[in-house]
Design a protein around this ligand. Structure first.
Ligand code: 13P
Length: 266
């Protein structure tokens, strides 16, 4: 992490896993394990159907926030199967994952559509976790900076710099998602530094320093320390390893220890 202190965020993307009862059990255990730690921002992103039970199980706890995995940009109307920003706010959701590569690949989401959601999320005081990342073919062809740079520029066009304090970006190389193959700390740092530099150009250096950039893609308890130690890696967006309290807690613990070390050396 850099000399500019950015609090780590560890966010769990449960994808299409856990029903409302399983989600509640998970949160009850997590709350006990988390205790009163507050130096790491913890976010859980269950499926829509478990948002309410998660929010209820977290009532009174200030140490874990709730995120959704997607939303529709329209406020209401004939959009079968979709959920609006206002509906999420009503369930005390504070983050929303947007532009995940699975949404882009399986549901045809374009940069344009993702940008509409980003703008609407911000209008509704939802903190976007905007995902960007290249495929293996794009990396092998040496196009990863072009691809990811384009996703960032288009996904954030029209966003006001004053709205970026709580904005979160996630670099998720598609080839590392669910594959057990993780980006090396050097590959992650290289891309995160590139993203921060582009943010500085698109907005300002000050904004670029404040935006948290998370790494996602087979992040696990045994590989996150080296990743989180990188100057521009501000935490993780965790899939598989966020489904069990034990492994999720271990990742949070790594972020906690690195935060303590950082303060000890100030
Ligand atoms: P895995 O951690 O299972 O690779 O998933 C990463 C991810 O897509 C998080 O959004």
């Amino acid at each position: 992490m850099s000399s500019y202190h950015r609090k780590y965020i560890v966010a769990g993307n449960w994808k299409m896993n856990k029903n409302a009862v399983e989600a509640k059990q998970f949160i009850e255990e997590l709350v006990v394990e988390l205790g009163t730690q507050s130096d790491v921002g913890v976010v859980v992103c269950p499926p829509f159907t478990a948002l309410e039970s998660v929010a209820r199980a977290l009532e009174g706890s200030h140490y874990c926030a709730v995120g959704a995995q997607n939303m529709h940009p329209e406020p209401s109307g004939a959009y079968t199967g979709e959920v609006s920003a206002e509906m999420l706010r009503h369930l005390f959701v504070s983050y929303v994952i947007l532009g995940h590569s699975e949404r882009r690949a399986y549901f045809g989401e374009t940069d344009d559509f993702i940008r509409q959601k980003v703008l609407v999320a911000l209008e509704n005081n939802l903190k976007p976790i905007l995902c960007v990342g290249e495929t293996l073919e794009q990396r092998d062809a040496g196009h990863m900076f072009d691809v990811v740079g384009h996703q960032l520029r288009e996904g954030m066009r029209g966003v006001d710099a004053s709205q970026l304090e709580s904005f979160v970006l996630a670099y998720e190389p598609v080839w590392a998602i669910g594959t057990g193959r993780t980006a090396t700390p050097e590959q992650a740092q290289e891309m995160h530094a590139f993203l921060r530099k582009q943010l500085a150009g698109q907005f300002s250096e000050d904004v670029a320093q404040k935006v948290r950039i998370l790494y996602g893609g087979s992040a696990k308890p045994d590989n996150v320390e080296q990743l989180f130690r990188q100057e521009d890696v501000d935490g993780g967006l965790v899939g598989g390893a966020s489904l069990e309290v034990r492994s999720f807690m271990k990742i949070i613990e790594v972020a906690h220890q690195l935060t303590e070390q950082e303060f000890a050396t100030v």
